[in-house]
Design a protein around this ligand. Structure first.
Ligand SMILES: [Zn+2]
Length: 310
């Protein structure tokens, strides 16, 4: 065992500089618009927790930044990159939902408005520290100095004209209790963020599948030219919206069937994943996690006599 401990200590030392050296490469995706495409794996010291696509729009009034990233270190590097790329100052940050890899870079933007809707802000205030602790455990050194800074300004739904861009903020809950998509009418880019996963298995710790399906239908009706998903590459059509819907439908039906057959969670974890999803990033691992998050609900629905009396 001492050998293993020594190895782990050395591995941690070797991996820490990798996180620092993580390459952040902005891709120009539309006029005034860039994204950083993230790793489609899981949180590790190597990727520094950078798992979610980041995007920014350089308007005439300044840069609107969508998501601040997973850590203070990341946020600081990201802000410099934004300013170097656009030659403009940051105007404001939009936090689309409460997941930690989307807002733990907030400290790097504390001098500008960090906007989120009231529900997301309240949840970050209540749960932010616990969410940050989880990432510390998974990412390690790359999280140093990171604190859960809650959003500082309101985010209203509807259209706002910002420096020549007509931005619409749309409520699309379901991935969490409150999620916001951003549609830039000026460029036709739809930032669907974590409502849509492309070639990466959706994460469901706070999912409401009925709401999520409704929101996907709403997003599919937006006349976008380019879709930026939360994870995976951009798309020029609605294929990733349909694929995310297909996955949610399969998961829902499979969990219901497993519960009705009386499978234990450990048995359900071993069920086959269809070919069309099996090659997505983290397919088996997210399936296992989703069973942990959701299977109890299906068991209670299938076997109500097991539910303790209230
Ligand atoms: Zn998320």
């Amino acid at each position: 065992m001492p050998t293993l401990r020594l190895c782990l200590a050395w591995c941690a030392l070797l991996l820490a500089p990798l996180a620092a050296a993580l390459e952040l490469r902005p891709q120009a995706i539309a006029p005034d618009t860039w994204m950083l495409e993230a790793d489609t794996g899981y949180f590790t010291p190597q990727n520094g927790g950078f798992l979610v696509n980041m995007a920014f729009i350089a308007t005439d009034e300044g840069v609107v930044v969508i998501g601040s990233g997973p850590s203070r270190q990341f946020g600081e590097r990201y802000r410099k990159l934004i300013e170097d790329t656009t030659g403009k100052r940051v105007l404001e940050v939009i936090i689309t939902h409460k997941h930690p890899d989307h807002f733990l870079g907030n400290q790097a933007f504390r001098d500008v408005p960090i906007r989120a809707d009231a529900k997301t802000t309240a949840m970050i205030k209540a749960e932010g520290e616990g969410l940050a602790e989880n990432l510390y455990r998974l990412v390690g050194d790359g999280m140093r100095g990171t604190e859960a800074l809650a959003p500082t300004a309101p985010l209203n739904l509807g259209v706002r004209n910002i420096g020549g861009h007509r931005l619409e903020f749309i409520a699309v809950p379901g991935h969490t209790q409150s999620d916001i998509a951003v549609f830039d009418h000026t460029t036709g880019v739809l930032f669907a963020i974590d409502q849509v996963f492309n070639q990466r298995t959706p994460t469901l710790p706070n999912a409401d599948l009925a709401q999520w399906r409704q929101s996907l239908a709403q997003l599919a009706a937006v006349p976008f030219k380019l879709l930026v998903p939360g994870h995976g590459p951009v798309s020029r059509d609605a294929t990733p919206i349909a694929a995310t819907r297909d996955y949610l439908d399969w998961l829902d039906a499979t969990l219901r069937d497993a519960a009705e057959r009386g499978l234990a969670p450990t048995e359900a974890m071993l069920l086959p994943i269809p070919e069309r999803f099996a090659h997505w990033g983290e397919a088996r691992a997210e399936w296992r996690r989703s069973i942990g998050f959701m299977y109890g609900r299906y068991e209670r629905a299938a076997l109500p006599w097991l539910t303790p009396p209230r």
